[in-house]
Design a protein around this ligand. Structure first.
Ligand code: DSN
Length: 478
């Protein structure tokens, strides 16, 4: 039996076990593979983890409680969890050149929340404990505890605005980060739509934040973290970088020098499942100074670590240390550039005029559409994207004026720059063939749309052609 036949046979056996217990879950999981195989996935935050990474998640490591840290657990019998957590952290430190790595966070939000509280613990709590002459918070008098709680609530955070490409966890009111800090946002230059470091420095001088957060979810450019460090140093702020979107480009050495956040930031957070192509989860890198505070992530913020996911992080990080991953990361960036050029050559408008990372932000207003209409029409045509606000978006964060397009997932399938030009052609053809449908009141609506059958059918056929050229998990039959 070939390797591929035996993998298929192992999965078939696993699926018959699941089927015997809950056939609806087995059917939905099988269908998800079919759907993923058949969709042209341009969601910038998604990817396809390798079969070894996926397999590592589905084991009995999931059954073990291991609150605490390696060698200091609140439960007995954690020696194997200690091994996988240590291996994952070792790979992370060596891959990113970090002094310290914490692989327990369950998601990007958990990683950011843990990082914020670790920064507060280091910068606010520890000095307060020394001032009050006690060793830990349990020893504080009620009056000193109230005083410390008030100090936590007085702290300031400066993060990138949502419509410039920042993330909800960078201090926005619907998220806990916007409730725990006094927050202000920095945006981008109104003309160039690029980060304006001088304006950011002026804002930081005036606002004097405890934390400056760099990093983004929808900004199509690289960031100069050396400049961010200078700004943070000038105002005495902690520099935190959320590299969730571009961790794969850092790991793959596409972002080096001033574009690599790790040598410049105090604390770096990330997810592990986007361009890094690991299991769904989070991770924190930090300097030695912040390590003891981050290491208290549990019980500071987190519950029991997911040992099966930490094990899969270790496998994914080992993959990311290979030269094949460096080639992959470079291809992600090359594909994004090819997609941007393909769109620009067909007269599309891109936020910042292009890209030099893994994503492109297409402004759809010159097609006469909202982001919501464009997203839905593209989905009908076999292209999966997500709508996204653009700077100063006239349609707000729900309907939006943009569509975010990312290349990590298609690059994992082996898409090339010429394939990306074909994808650009499909996107523009579909959007040109889409018109806003009018509301009951006869006005142009923001959600409904009409897409011609011909354009939809042509795009679906072209999508299938490209997907067939680059199969997902080739050889795996369920
Ligand atoms: N949901 C992620 C993204 O799509 O960018 C961020 O949380």
């Amino acid at each position: 039996m070939s390797d591929l036949e035996s993998i298929s046979s192992a999965y078939q056996t696993l699926f018959s076990m699941i089927e015997a217990v809950e056939p609806r879950v087995a059917a939905a999981t099988r269908q998800e593979l079919t759907d993923q195989r058949n969709s042209l996935k341009l969601i910038a935050s998604e990817n396809y983890a390798s079969l070894p990474v996926l397999a590592t998640m589905g084991t009995w490591m999931s059954d073990k409680y291991a609150e605490g840290t390696v060698g200091h657990r609140f439960y007995a019998g954690c020696q194997n969890v200690d091994t996988v957590e240590s291996v994952a952290a070792e790979h992370a430190r060596e891959l990113f050149g970090a002094e310290y790595a914490y692989v327990q966070p369950h998601s990007g939000i958990d990683a950011n929340l843990t990082a914020y509280w670790a920064i507060l613990a280091h910068k606010i709590e520890s000095p307060a404990l020394a001032e009050f002459g006690v060793k830990g918070v349990a020893d504080l008098s009620e009056a000193d505890w109230e005083n410390l709680r008030r100090r936590f609530g007085e702290q300031r955070l400066l993060g990138m605005s949502l419509d410039a490409g920042g993330h909800l966890t960078h201090g926005f009111r619907p998220n806990v980060s916007g409730k725990m800090f006094h927050q202000r946002s920095y945006g981008t230059n109104p003309e160039t739509q690029l980060l304006d470091y001088d304006a950011l420095a002026a804002q930081a001088r005036e606002f004097k934040p405890l934390v400056i957060v760099a990093g983004y979810s929808a900004y199509p450019r690289r960031v100069n973290f050396a400049k961010m460090r200078e700004i943070a140093d000038e105002v005495g702020a902690v520099l935190m970088v959320d590299m969730a979107h571009f961790a794969g480009l850092v790991a793959g050495k596409v972002f080096t020098g001033d574009e690599d956040p790790v040598p410049h930031a105090d604390v770096v957070t990330t997810t592990t499942h986007k361009s890094l192509r690991g299991p769904r989860g989070g991770m924190i890198l930090a300097t030695g100074e912040y390590a003891p505070s981050v290491d208290r992530g549990c019980p500071l913020v987190l519950g029991g670590p997911l040992a099966n996911v930490m094990a899969a992080k270790a496998v994914a990080l080992a993959e990311a240390r290979t030269s094949a991953f460096q080639t992959y990361a470079q291809n992600v960036a090359d594909n994004a550039k090819a997609l941007a050029e393909g769109l620009l050559n067909r007269d599309a408008t891109l936020v910042t005029g292009g890209t030099d990372n893994h994503l492109v932000l297409l402004d759809v207003r010159n097609f006469g559409l909202t982001g919501r209409q464009a997203e839905s029409a593209l989905l009908d045509a076999g292209i999966v994207t997500n709508r996204n606000a653009v700077p100063n978006d006239p349609n707000g964060a729900w309907y939006t004026t943009g569509v975010r397009l990312g290349t990590p997932a298609l690059t994992s399938r082996g898409f090339t720059t010429s394939d990306m030009d074909a994808v650009a052609d499909m996107i523009v053809s579909v959007l040109k063939a889409t018109t806003p449908a009018t509301t009951a009141a006869g006005k142009p609506g923001k959600a409904k749309y009409d897409l011609t059958d011909d354009a939809r059918d042509a795009s679906q056929a072209e999508a299938q052609r490209l997907l067939d050229l680059h199969p997902l998990y080739p050889g795996l039959e369920l």
